[in-house]
Design a protein around this ligand. Structure first.
Ligand code: ADP
Ligand code: FBP
Ligand code: MG
Length: 341
């Protein structure tokens, strides 16, 4: 019997390092065999597998994305369901699953675990929005990419004396904006947790302008002004039916320009934040998660995900890992806001 691995939901740097860590420890220490399910839960429902022997995972921890592919397929929709998953696993000789994904993937994993399927989880979120772990891989890389981009925006902004608006990822939480904004010395950081008025934003920009500096405004895609009910969305729905966010930077830039008289440009970093080589921190964390997930399989810790607590790997039940977001606290925001304007 082998262990099946899948990656599900939005990709992020470090997924391959999890796969490598799991396969290396599983083959070396436990003499286990592995297969990969292609395209997230779709591969589990369709029985679409690929080999995951030691030679298949050589050198992949430095590769972005996921060699397994991913999707936002709900395993209970269409032809899916727990019976279908169980039948496929039995037919393919797969005894248990390591599901690597965000809260949606873990919600699906919990339902399948409740139906008796043996699953352990590995948390994935580039936004760092899962409360049941201190950090997940992908976040550090995204923050570094965003910081590099902002450093570049500042040199061109300084040269022209312009206000630069940088939009970063962050659907429900503003961690990428907060960390990259602090690192890059942003003058304004706008996050989903803190509705802010245009008057306040323009006052910060104006004070930077008055000091003769070129303002940098960082905005998370999920931010909304105090006058808006929901985050800005004009790109339809994703495969899971959620509004595709993005574009708030382009909305803010002309308003800031009109109100402050300062020429303003917006840049949306988008999926660049999720692509490419993972940072060393993310590779190490992801590798440790992968190895810990195999330990969990061997200890039959079904229905639990590996998690980082301080510097130690711990285990959290799926139900405790779901439903509570890791938001930016008021004190972390207040600390950053001392640097605004
Ligand atoms: N309650 C649920 N039951 C079954 N599948 C779910 C549930 N919630 C979400 N999903 C599935 O979870 C996956 C996406 O969620 P997630 O892993 O959090 O990634 P992301 O946040 O990047 O979209 C999809 O496969 C989606 O269909
Ligand atoms: O373009 P996609 O794949 O729909 O994903 C966009 C969303 O994924 C995210 O990057 C979240 O990813 P995580 O689930 O990894 O935190 C959001 O910031 C963004 O709204
Ligand atoms: Mg998610």
């Amino acid at each position: 019997m082998s262990i099946g691995i899948l990656t599900s939901g939005g990709d992020c740097p470090g997924l391959n390092a999890v796969i490598r860590g799991a396969v290396l420890k599983g083959t070396q220490i436990y003499n286990q065999e592995f297969v990969g399910f292609r395209g997230g839960w779709r591969g589990v429902v369709d029985g679409d597998i690929m080999p995951l022997a030691r030679k298949d995972i050589q050198g992949i921890s430095k590769q972005g994305g996921t060699i397994l592919g991913t999707s936002r397929t709900n395993p209970f929709e269409g032809d899916g369901g727990a019976d279908r998953v169980r039948e496929n696993m039995a037919r393919l000789g797969v005894d248990s699953l390591i599901a690597i994904g965000g809260e949606g993937t873990l919600a699906a994993a919990k339902r399948l675990t409740d139906a008796g399927i043996k699953i352990v989880g590995v948390p994935k979120t580039v936004d760092n929005d899962l409360s049941a772990t201190d950090y997940t891989f992908g976040f550090d890389t995204a923050v570094q990419i965003a910081t590099d981009a902002m450093d570049r925006l500042r040199t061109t902004g300084d040269s022209h004396g312009r206000c630069m608006v940088a939009e970063v990822m962050g659907r429900h939480v503003g961690w990428i904006a907060l960390h990259s904004g602090m690192a890059a010395g942003a003058h304004v950081i706008l996050i989903p947790e803190q509705k802010t008025s245009l008057d306040q934003i323009c006052a910060w920009v104006q004070s930077v302008k008055d000091r003769g500096r070129a303002p940098l405004v960082v905005v998370a895609e999920g931010f909304h002004l105090d006058s808006m009910d929901d985050p800005h969305s004009e790109r339809g729905l994703d495969a899971f039916g959620r509004p595709r966010l993005g574009g708030i930077g382009e909305i803010l830039a002309p308003i800031i320009e009109e109100r402050t008289g300062l020429e303003t440009r917006a840049t949306t970093l988008g999926h660049i934040q999720r692509g490419g080589t993972p940072s060393s921190y993310d590779r190490v964390l992801a590798t440790r998660y992968g190895m810990a997930a195999v330990d969990s399989v061997m200890h039959q810790r079904w229905g639990r995900m590996v998690s980082l607590s301080g510097t130690s790997i711990t285990h959290v039940a799926f139900e405790d890992a779901l439903g509570k977001l890791n938001t930016v606290s008021q004190s972390r925001y207040d600390e950053a806001a001392i640097l605004f304007g």
